[in-house]
Ligand binder design. Structure first.
Ligand code: SAM
Length: 255
């Protein structure tokens, strides 16, 4: 069994898998209307929120959250210093985000997710561990990148285990489309990297082809890359590895 559950109904994420994500219906991110990618890479649905996650959203999001607004961010102002900025898209419950941010205090991390319980969970980690270098945007990353991330401003981009949308008719929902990869590549500074990982083989192949076809990017490896030491193994991944699944890392740099 692959650890990445995908949508099973026309639009319904599979229950009981780590890949079934959603956030409350009625969130500003709902609707399928963005010109860059009119079909969204997620389905919003009421997720189960613990009282602690609810509290975190109410009390901590105003402190560590960045409201979506169609205006470029000033990172130095946002983080209160000038440092390299890494964008993470779809952080899930935020374990990896928090671990990397703690290990790299010299960098700042802008973490984007639509799944409300995950946002609550990362807020709690930020508060519990005193992380000063993470800010969260709870919104569709495609719109965030388009409207809020200045061109050439990022040292890195992390896209770990994006929803695989395994059914062929859902492939159009996969996040790393050629148009979005181009938009991401333009946000990287020269030498900045895009690091993606998946345990879904055919998505890995598609990512490899899409990233290789993007003229602004160059592969750092001959095909898939070794897992860079800064990406911790998630518990799902460890379970998958024990079951013999492949995990594919891709690391490309802006030329
Ligand atoms: C399969 S999960 C992976 C979570 C985490 N990166 C991990 O490795 O465990 C994919 C996540 O991406 C989020 N996501 C999908 N499309 C998104 C988008 N356009 N903007 C922000 N988050 C998105 C989903 O809500 C979900 O939490």
């Amino acid at each position: 069994m692959n650890t990445n559950g995908g949508p099973e109904g026309e639009d319904a994420p599979k229950r009981g898998t780590r890949r079934a994500r959603g956030s409350p219906a009625g969130d500003a991110a709902s609707g399928d209307t963005h010109p860059l990618r009119p079909v969204r890479s997620f389905v919003l649905r009421q997720g189960r929120m613990s009282p602690a996650q609810h509290r975190a959203l109410d009390e901590l999001l105003p402190r560590y959250g960045v409201p979506y607004a169609p205006a470029p961010l000033d990172f130095a102002r946002l983080f209160g210093r000038r440092a390299e900025v890494v964008l993470e898209i779809g952080f899930g419950m935020g374990e990896t985000t928090a671990a990397i941010a703690a290990a790299q205090p010299q960098r700042d991390f802008l973490a984007v997710e639509v799944h409300a319980p995950g946002v609550g969970a990362l807020l709690r980690r930020i508060e519990a561990t005193g992380l000063a270098n993470v800010r969260i945007v709870r919104h569709d990353a495609v719109e965030v990148v388009d409207a809020m991330i200045p061109e050439g401003s990022l040292a890195g981009i992390h896209v770990y285990f994006p929803d695989p949308w395994p059914k062929k008719r859902h492939h159009k929902r996969r996040l790393l489309s050629p148009a979005f990869v181009h938009a991401l590549a333009r946000r990287l500074a020269a030498g900045g990297y895009l690091h993606a990982a998946t345990d879904w083989e055919d998505y890995a192949q598609q990512m490899l082809a899409t990233l290789a076809a993007e003229p602004l990017l160059a592969n750092t490896a001959a095909g898939y890359a070794p897992r860079p030491p800064w990406r911790p193994l998630t518990k799902f991944e460890q379970r998958g590895v024990k079951l013999g699944h492949g995990v594919y890392d891709l690391v490309f740099r802006r030329q």
